[in-house]
Design a protein around this ligand. Structure first.
Ligand code: AMP
Length: 432
């Protein structure tokens, strides 16, 4: 299939050509015809699959087909859980609608509202927003949602995880009933399906792109057993060995800052992004990381979803997540589009249960690296049963109904690494 065969406006085709897109990705090939026909859509897919273009292209097509109005009004609304994702979706929407005359804007919290109000006053067709600021500005009368024809809820599962359910319910009361709705989520637990039922029309269509895909096909994975206290040393060691950009995921905001400080002492420049950082600091760090001027970025799971960093070579799970799906999201930051990538996980004694849960989810064993300078420390840590108690979590615990780590904890009695090493994935981490 080609974009040409979809019957799109020639301005959209030109914009896509400029982006170098020759063929629709699977989610685009499946979703675009459904959406062009006007049906609602439930999409099980995560960012990295070409999801943004899958929903944005047909929306732009519809907006271009609408009768021109005297005043520009918000006709499409995309709601995302994080500010970073909102920015990224808006950036992409601008690219896909370049040359069409449509105007896109993005609003989110953590920064002053006035520039956003100015933009809204000038008129916007396609608005991307995070829930809090959206409702705030709507409440203040700066946003008119009465003319909405398209509504997209993106990364719905993360939205619920972040506690936005009440905001979503409020929003549903103020947007028109007659609309086309698109609902995307990487996972589809019961609460998400229930929510989708409140948003989509009963005759919605469903598109599913396997979550495991980036894991299995494009991202090589390895795990290091390492003691908690030697994690900084192992990270520094790997940073010397690895080539290219490294995105490091830590569990807590404080922990991420600490890693930045430790690396700074050793002469490695890194920055952290997490919820306690100002929005400007978050954006600056991400921008430097994306443009290559910053090689190492340490992040909480705020950056685990949605963030598209083209050419990111390595993801390091400095701390393993207790929600196995988060692992898939994290490592999906690398190996995006056509690139391959590598994921390296650190696993301390108290995290081995989490590793088991992850392996259950991805239906594969993550190859263990047996030969590294910190194996002794790992064995020593494991020898003390106290150390094997499951790791404390950051802001959020596992969602009810999920397999917790506790169950599988302690099943590996040996202090020694006991699995064969070597990467089964697409390629091992690129080393110097
Ligand atoms: P997304 O899932 O929307 O974040 O997209 C992931 C990445 O794939 C982004 O870098 C897009 O620019 C890229 N992309 C999206 N659609 C295509 C396509 N049809 N061909 C090539 N790259 C694409």
């Amino acid at each position: 299939m080609t974009f040409d065969s979809l019957g799109l406006d020639s301005r959209i085709l030109t914009a896509l050509e400029k982006q170098g897109y020759t063929q629709p990705t699977p989610i685009q090939a499946q979703s675009i015809p459904i959406l062009l026909s006007g049906k609602d859509l439930l999409g099980t897919a995560q960012t990295g699959t070409g999801k943004t273009a899958a929903f944005t292209i047909p929306i732009i097509e519809h907006l271009l087909e609408q009768e021109p109005q005297k005043r520009r009004r918000i006709k499409a609304l995309v709601v995302t859980p994080t500010r970073e994702l909102a920015l990224q979706v808006a950036e992409n929407a601008k690219k896909y609608s370049a040359g069409t005359g449509l105007r896109t804007a993005v609003i989110f919290g953590g920064v002053g509202q006035n520039p956003q109000i100015d933009q809204l006053r000038k008129g916007v067709d396609y608005l991307v927003a995070t829930p809090g600021r959206l409702l705030d500005l709507h409440g203040q009368g700066f946003i008119d949602l009465n003319h909405l024809s398209h509504f997209v809820l993106d990364e719905a599962d993360q939205m619920l995880d972040m506690g936005f359910i009440h905001d979503i319910r409020k929003l549903l009361k103020v947007i028109p009933q007659k609309r086309q709705s698109l609902f995307f989520s990487a996972t589809m637990p019961k609460d998400i399906i229930e929510l989708s039922g409140q948003i989509l029309k009963p005759n919605y269509e469903q598109v599913r792109i396997a979550v495991e895909k980036p894991t299995a096909e494009r991202v090589s994975q390895e795990v290091y057993f390492v003691s908690k206290k030697e994690k900084p040393g192992l990270l520094y060691h790997l940073l010397q060995e690895l080539e290219g950009a490294v995105l490091v995921f830590g569990r807590t905001k404080h922990g991420c800052d600490k890693v930045v400080r430790i690396l700074a002492k050793k002469g490695v420049k890194a920055a952290a992004i997490h919820g306690n950082k100002s929005q400007n600091a978050r954006q600056n760090a991400l921008k430097s990381f994306k443009d290559g001027s910053l090689r190492v970025l340490i992040a909480t799971d705020i950056a685990a979803r949605g963030i598209d960093i083209s050419g990111l070579e390595h993801v390091v799970n400095y701390d393993l997540p207790n929600i196995p799906e988060t692992y898939v999201h994290r490592i999906g930051r690398t190996g995006r589009a056509d690139a391959s990538g590598a994921s390296i996980s650190f696993c301390s004694a108290d995290e081995r249960g989490y590793l088991k849960d992850i392996e259950k989810l991805i239906k594969a064993e993550v190859p263990l690296v047996e030969d590294h300078p910190f194996t002794e420390g790992a064995a020593e840590e494991w020898a003390d049963p106290e150390n094997r108690k499951p790791a404390k979590q950051g802001q959020r615990g596992p969602r009810p109904g999920r397999g917790g780590a506790q169950k599988s904890q302690g099943s590996n009695r040996s202090g020694r690494p006991n699995r064969s090493g070597g990467s089964k994935g697409s390629r091992p981490p690129r080393r110097r």
